[in-house]
Write a protein that binds this ligand. Structure first.
Ligand code: LR7
Ligand code: MN
Length: 576
């Protein structure tokens, strides 16, 4: 329904999905799946070719390291080398039943070795890169609520098996009030026997992933904190390039490429290396194609660090002291959501750098639904967290967020004064600076004349996306004044946009469609004449006109004729 907030369920979209513009052929299929990476190739210890250790890094603490040995394929076992697991037909019912526990194929996960082998998915040029022979140590922090045994421990084992041992200070598991027995003493006994110091911390009550991570971070003794979700698999050479980048500049926060572990088959699927993080008006994290300008900045080297406007949030490394200097996390955020964008904006606006390191690959089980409860309701929690982001970091662009729904306007951000003080204390730059310098491609336009409803003067109806998707006609309906589908921005680039959709016409009699904004004028350029109140389509010279009785659902494109049916009011300047 119009104006109602459709809360995006916590189903972080897959990297290889929808029109996120990722080519299929970038999924890596070229590698032989049989043991081509078996055998150790020691390339370490011989100094470093590029960069060097920055003087700001506390170099006395750097450890000499040697590459971890490759995990060999256990021939004949399910899922080895990242292959998909096939469930026998007579087990399909059991499989469906178990799927509900974690919203992934638990039966498949349980069949796979905790030490399963994977292919070396890195770009060829990554394998020959040299990193400093001394790197900082890291502690791995993994928070979980009701995680499955096999996914949790496969995460832990993949860290142990594929990280240079001397760089691995400890693995800290933070149990966020799970209700599963095996995550109690059984887990503690198990991790006590691991070859790397590993221990379990527990939150007293369900505190959400943000505060659980803060608890884990307090116990970190390594120089760098590396956060992982509890259903990941680290691949060969994942850690070295992350740590090496931090050594060069300790204000760099680095993420691996997040590959896809299928929630259905547990197949390991390499993700695109030309994708970065963005966000929409609702403040949902989204993957988008990396623009040409960033490719050019990297001299078209696909293995060079990629500056990303935002991060997905679950998998990253950060210098421990820097983590606290820059304000760790917002403790006022509950359960899930928002912290990824909050940290992204904070890093960029307060003098840091956020990067994806393409030579580091870690798989993550992406799922469609969240398996756990959101005490108090999903909408309430997610909107509360997002409102905190908007209030503290977005300046006037917070209007775009609030415009999208009454739900967002009603959800309370709570007290954000501490976070605003932090922003002042760190002398962070404005959101305008961020849009200009970090993310000019953002869906939030840098300059815009208007944000609000667009009302026809004759019929008192308003342009309305009707919640329709790409390449469908724009709608028109009675003005409800609730924002959401009836909110449009008229931008300085002369687009009429709603989130990622722009009004677009390709022939002089319409229709007027909603097409993904391309920011290149053309069929998406409209001139609003504030005197005459007409909206003229530049390419066709035609004017936007109210709907007719024959088809009351969509406005028309007709020769300009000075009638009231072609007058549009942009007056409800959006106030939340
Ligand atoms: O109350 C909770 N307590 C927890 O400890 C809720 C969750 N958790 C744990 C949970 O068990 C898991 O280990 O927190 C971790 C993340 O939760 P997920 O796996 O349900 O989140 P996600 O993978 O769907 O969501 C992404 O966005 C989140 C926003 O809050 C976090 O930043 C996640 O870490 C993040 N995951 C990734 O970045 C992996 C790539 C996904 C994408 C895009
Ligand atoms: Mn996850």
């Amino acid at each position: 329904r119009a104006g109602e907030y459709d809360v995006e369920l916590p189903n972080a979209e897959r990297l290889v999905d929808d029109n996120q513009l990722v080519d299929d052929n970038e999924i890596n299929t070229e590698k032989s799946l049989d043991g081509d990476s078996a055998g150790v190739q020691p390339i370490m210890g011989q100094g470093f070719a590029s960069g060097g250790i920055s003087m700001t890094y506390r170099s006395i603490l750097l450890k000499k390291w040697f590459q971890a040995p490759t995990v060999r394929e256990a021939k004949g076992k399910p899922g080895e080398m990242g292959k998909p697991v096939k469930i026998p037909a007579d087990m399909k019912d059991l499989m469906k039943e178990k799927f509900k526990e974690n919203q992934f194929n638990l039966l498949a996960s349980d069949m796979i070795s905790l030490n399963r082998s994977l292919t070396d998915v890195r770009h060829d040029n990554c394998r020959h890169k040299h990193y400093p022979s001394k790197l900082p140590t890291t502690s791995i922090v993994i928070v979980f609520h009701n995680e499955a045994w096999t996914t949790l421990l496969r995460t832990v084992w993949s860290v142990i098996n594929r990280s240079p041992r001397s760089l691995l200070k400890e693995i800290i598991l933070v149990d966020d009030a799970s209700e599963r027995d095996f995550l109690g003493k059984q887990l503690e006994d198990y991790v006590a026997k691991l070859p790397v110091r590993t221990f379990v911390l527990r939150t007293e009550k369900r505190s959400g992933l943000i505060r659980a991570r803060l608890l884990g971070a307090e116990h970190v003794t390594g120089e760098v904190i590396t956060f992982l979700d509890a259903h990941c698999e680290c691949t060969e050479g994942w850690l070295e390039p992350l740590l090496a980048r931090i050594v060069q500049n300790r204000r760099t926060v680095v993420c691996p490429i997040i590959d896809v572990i299928s929630d259905e088959t547990f197949e390991y699927i390499t993700a695109s290396d030309s994708t970065w993080g963005g966000f929409n008006w609702k403040l949902n994290f989204r993957w988008y194609r990396v623009p040409q300008r960033e490719m050019a900045r990297r001299n078209n080297d696909r293995t060079a660090p990629l500056r990303t406007p935002t991060m997905a949030g679950g998998l990253f490394s950060i210098d421990k002291d820097y983590f606290y200097e820059i304000g760790s996390y917002d403790e006022g955020m509950d359960i899930w959501g928002g912290e990824n964008l909050e940290m992204s904006f904070r890093i960029w606006q307060c003098g840091g750098i956020l990067e994806i390191i393409p030579c580091s690959h870690v798989g993550h089980v992406f799922r469609d639904k969240s398996p756990y409860t959101f005490p108090g309701g999903v909408a309430k929690i997610v909107l509360h967290n997002a409102a905190r982001v908007a209030e503290v970091w977005l300046d006037e662009w917070r209007d775009f967020y609030y415009a999208m729904s009454t739900g967002a306007r009603k959800a309370s951000a709570g007290d954000v004064s501490d976070r605003k003080n932090l922003r002042d204390r760190l002398k962070c730059k404005s959101f305008r600076w961020y849009l200009e310098n970090v993310y000019p491609e953002s869906l939030m336009p840098l300059d815009y004349y208007y944000l609000g409803e667009i009302r026809n003067a004759e019929t008192e109806t308003c342009l309305d996306t009707m919640g329709r998707k790409y390449n469908e006609k724009v709608g028109i309906s009675y003005c409800h004044g609730l924002g959401g589908n009836q909110v449009f921005a008229y931008t300085k680039r002369q687009q009429i946009m709603s989130d990622d959709l722009c009004l677009d016409a390709s022939s002089s009699n319409g229709p007027v469609n909603m097409v993904r904004c391309h920011n290149m004028g053309g069929n998406q350029e409209w001139v609003y004449d504030a005197e005459e109140k007409w909206i003229r389509h530049t390419n066709t010279g035609q004017c936007l006109q109210r709907a007719t009785r024959d088809d009351a659902s969509t406005p028309l494109l007709r020769p300009c004729n000075y009638t009231k049916g072609q007058q549009w009011l942009m007056e409800s300047k959006f106030k939340w």
